[in-house]
Design a protein around this ligand. Sequence first.
Ligand SMILES: Cc1cc2nc3c(=O)[nH]c(=O)nc-3n(C[C@H](O)[C@H](O)[C@H](O)COP(=O)(O)O)c2cc1C
Length: 214
Amino acid sequence: MKKTSITGHRQDYSKHSLDEASADKNPIRQFSEWLEQASQSGVKEPHAFTLSTASRSGKPSARILLLRDVGEKGFIFYTNYNSRKGAQLKENPFAAMTFFWQSVERQVRVEGKVIKLSAALSDKYFNSRPYASRVSAVASPQSKVVKNRQWLEESHEALLEKYPNENVPRPAHWGGYLLIPSQIEFWQGRPNRLHDRLRYTLRGGKWKMERLAP
Ligand SMILES: Cc1cc2nc3c(=O)[nH]c(=O)nc-3n(C[C@H](O)[C@H](O)[C@H](O)COP(=O)(O)O)c2cc1C
């Protein structure tokens, strides 16, 4: 089998640039613009990001999730509150989100505090999901060890029979989180590894923009 060279792989970045004058003063607007451009440029799942959390003792873990909304209050995603990430967020509410949009050679890093969304907002989103996805959210004890695949499929089947008319109630352990950003960094790949990095930090209710060395 032909092996992929890891050390020999070099990618030069030259498609775009990012500077203090053209970047939006508000990082949420800047994020929304880049998200739209990532989508337009053909990134398949531009809403996918890595969520990093840590236990109380500081042990990190990370996984991919989907962003479901973004606005002035922050970034919203949905999951199982009893999952591993849910347990870590309960112990330590600080988390980081990382987006990578290869076709535009961009990365965005968001850091902040995570709180649970209201039950009303979680209900609204849950009820907008396809029937089979709602059933899976009820059937799956996310992050727990299960006997085998058959056990999962049987519990899914049993719930399809229990809720034949699609009225699946949202389980209390499934819902949304809002990450309230305190820092957002935009990275734009540039030639010769002289990349652009602009970091916005929230200070006294105002966003301060600074350039970081690549
Ligand atoms: C593209 C992609 C999107 C995903 N989106 C979600 C999501 O929105 N919510 C979720 O709970 N898990 C999602 N997952 C699964 C998570 O990566 C992870 O397996 C799961 O949330 C359990 O993580 P935990 O054990 O660290 O809590 C997604 C995985 C991939 C690859």
